[in-house]
Ligand binder design. Structure first.
Ligand code: GRF
Length: 209
């Protein structure tokens, strides 16, 4: 059974969706860089081990990441799921978990990498928005996209309504991708990503139009 660690910094609604999905893998631990993150309470309620590793207590990114790396090894983790984890990871850490670490980003990547995605979508006047699950690579929000949730931007949408709708999509697609990895439907190989035994050429699409 695949052992999963979830890295969080905040509310952890995606962590909750992963817990509620009863994955065929096991969430063995949750790491937060913030002691006040509500996600920690969600993990504790579900009987999952937690670790608080405060980035502020370390002189640089590498030393913080080294402690996280050791915790992941101690838990014997196969898959790292970033769920609202608000730290940029060092190249060495990312390299160690290459092909074993996924993130969810609130935009249709490669559009709108980085922050404030809903605001930027509204300013541009895009017709569509959504979220992307992707492998984590050293370049921010640039790893291979595995799945995307797509929604149509309505004329009455504002930042908070978009955020809410994107979040609902995230809760749908993130547990689905995690389950595909747990049950072998989606496999990372040195030759590329296989989905249902075939090379994954573009992200699997989920639409809520
Ligand atoms: C989500 O919007 C996700 O796309 C981004 O961080 C947010 C986390 O939300 N990476 P939550 O803590 O899971 O509620």
């Amino acid at each position: 059974m695949i052992k999963i660690a979830v890295l969080v910094s905040g509310s952890g609604s995606n962590l909750q969706a992963l817990i509620d999905a009863n994955l065929s893998g096991q969430i063995v631990g949750v790491i937060s860089n913030k002691p006040e993150a509500y996600a920690l309470q969600r993990a504790q309620r579900a009987g999952i081990a937690t670790a608080v590793i405060e980035h502020k207590q370390y002189p640089n990114r590498e030393s913080f990441d080294a402690v996280m790396h050791q915790q992941l090894l101690d838990w014997d983790v196969d898959l790292v799921i970033l769920a609202g984890f608000m730290r940029i990871l060092s190249a060495g850490f990312v390299q160690s978990w290459q092909g074993k670490m996924i993130n969810i980003h609130p935009s249709l990547l490669p559009h709108y990498k980085g922050m404030h995605t809903h605001q930027r979508v509204l300013r541009t006047g895009d017709a569509y928005h959504g979220c992307t699950v992707h492998y984590v690579t050293a370049e921010l929000d640039a790893g291979q996209a595995l799945a995307q949730g797509l929604l149509r931007v309505a004329t009455h949408d504002n930042e908070s309504s978009l955020a809410e709708r994107v979040h609902a999509l995230e809760h749908l697609i993130y547990p689905q991708v995690a389950e595909w990895i747990c049950n072998g439907t989606l496999v990372h190989t040195p030759q590329g990503v296989l989905y249902r035994g075939q090379p994954l050429t573009e992200p699997v699409q989920f639409a809520k139009l």
